[in-house]
Design a protein around this ligand. Structure first.
Ligand code: 9D3
Length: 249
């Protein structure tokens, strides 16, 4: 897969490109990354990329022409038909289903905005979808673009080992993770749950699934509402909630 990122601050992308899973995917030839800086496509001596908003108000707006040329150069580096995705606060909230869809494509262009916004005509003419990370205010689209790059790269075939990809597909998918513990067995009177010390693999798996179901119910009822639980999962959740009632939490 090939991702092109259009950004006024391409060096920010090094934070995701130079480390961990993304860096390894690039080294192994599973992912190609390129950046386009709209400033390199400005047409005046000052290399202007922003201007004052029509109608007045605070802040500056990203100009159409430098962005359009940067996007065209990004798209020219990709196979035909790849989508242009703008990271904006007005976008659809990015999720794992979208990450899976983008990971199935041969390429995409990510446009990170800066300033108060982007000239709307650029979005109409060149952008296929707007994505947001959620309802909080960032200073620009770069961090959101990095989140998309990381989430999509992890899903590319061959990027993660068999162990972690199997975990994605398991019965736990769609649920929050169960609690994790490592040595020592006791810290300030807090013990590792007996189930995890039992050596009984079926009992451990049952406990983990019950914890995952219970935590998802308590913390993210919205996730559980979108799932259909098997009768075994429903029984585990009922037992979790009974135990919770009994412990007065
Ligand atoms: C406080 C300024 N806002 C006035 C209503 C508008 C605004 C403009 C530009 C708010 C944030 C930004 C920059 N943000 C992004 O480019 C962005 C973003 C975000 O802020 N939150 C969640 N996801 C994203 S994706 C891109």
């Amino acid at each position: 897969m090939h991702m092109q990122i259009v950004s006024l601050f391409p060096d920010m992308l090094d934070a995701v490109i130079d480390y961990g899973v993304v860096s390894r995917a690039v080294d192994r030839g599973l992912l190609q990354l390129g950046t386009q800086n709209p400033r390199d496509f400005a047409d005046d001596a000052h290399r202007t990329v922003d201007d004052r908003p029509y109608g007045g108000g605070p802040g500056m707006v990203m100009k159409f022409a430098p962005l359009a040329r940067a996007i065209d150069n990004a798209q020219a580096a990709l196979p035909a038909g790849c989508p242009v995705i703008a990271l904006t606060p007005q976008g659809r909230v990015f999720d794992q289903d979208l990450a899976r869809y983008y990971a199935s494509l041969p390429g995409l262009t990510l446009l990170a905005g800066r300033y108060e916004g982007i000239d709307e005509r650029l979005i109409e003419a060149k952008v296929d979808e707007e994505l947001s990370l959620g309802d909080f205010v960032l200073s620009g689209g770069e961090i959101a673009a990095m989140a998309v790059i990381d989430a999509v790269t992890r899903l590319l075939p061959g990027v993660l080992g068999d162990e972690s990809s199997a975990a994605e597909d398991s019965f736990m998918s769609g649920l929050l993770d169960y609690p994790h513990y490592t040595r020592p067995e006791e810290i300030d009177g807090r013990r590792v749950p007996d189930e995890l010390l039992s050596g009984d693999h079926a009992r451990i798996a049952r406990w983990r699934q019950q914890q995952a179901l219970g935590r998802t119910y308590v913390r993210r009822a919205d996730l559980l509402a979108r799932m259909t639980l098997s009768s075994e999962q429903q029984a585990l959740l009922d037992e979790f909630l009974q135990q919770q009632d009994a412990s007065g939490n």
